[in-house]
Design a protein around this ligand. Sequence first.
Ligand code: SF4
Length: 278
Amino acid sequence: MRTFRRALVERNVKREPVIIRASSFGSLFDCPARWQAIYREGRRMPTSGNATLGRAVHKGTALFDGEKLAGQVPSLSAATDAAHEAVRNPGEEVDWNGEEPERFASIAESLTGRYCTLFAPTTDYAGVEVGVESLELTDLAIILSGTADRVRRTEAGLGIADLKTGKTAVTTEGKAKTQGHAAQVGVYELVAEAGMGVRMDAPAQIIGLQTNVTPDKQRIGTGEIHGAKDVLIGTDDQVGLLNTAAKLAHGDIVFGNPKSMMCHERYCPAFKTCFFRR
Ligand code: SF4
């Protein structure tokens, strides 16, 4: 923690802390103006079918792994049913973009089944969905919140594992794509450490789950990220991203990114009035 504090830029930040959800960390850096519109002004957009599919797979697999961690015989059918149901009844508005929800439900069910039968037997978890409601970093006047999908046991100690779904989540060589995930995964390491009260010394693991329609092509692969926390909190030689994140979240730095993949009226609530999209 001393290293962490030393790495932070000293700032007089006697102001209301801003909450940054771990899952929103990437979008904060992708387009800060869009992040402000969604997370500070509360201007929500309907979620997408792919995001709903991802949440459904998270739900089904967490149910399975949670039962296993509790010493029960995990139920495959309960896990796949939960994934299917999470798509059919997402509990929020979804823009299916003209596609049938059943198509997403079918992929969620099938991919959850493949995870439970092919991947879960290879795991050794110490925690499922571990985190904290709020981890306040008073120096920066920000609060991190969120949960790590899994905490795994390895020879190097405990480490977090993060499930990523997507059409390109796994390469043709069977490896999970890890590039660009370090900052977000670093947040998960911090909240998992706060939640469990122990250090995450092992490299973070990305578990990629490919959301292909064809079950044979629903590949599952892994990849590791070393030093994810360093990217966030910095080192003796390099200031970490949390300093910039605090400035962006507080609106000390404001800019929009019209080149963002999310710069579209379907995804951005500020699209029609955006100053930066000229
Ligand atoms: S319209 Fe584009 S540039 Fe403007 S806030 Fe939205 S994503 Fe960012």
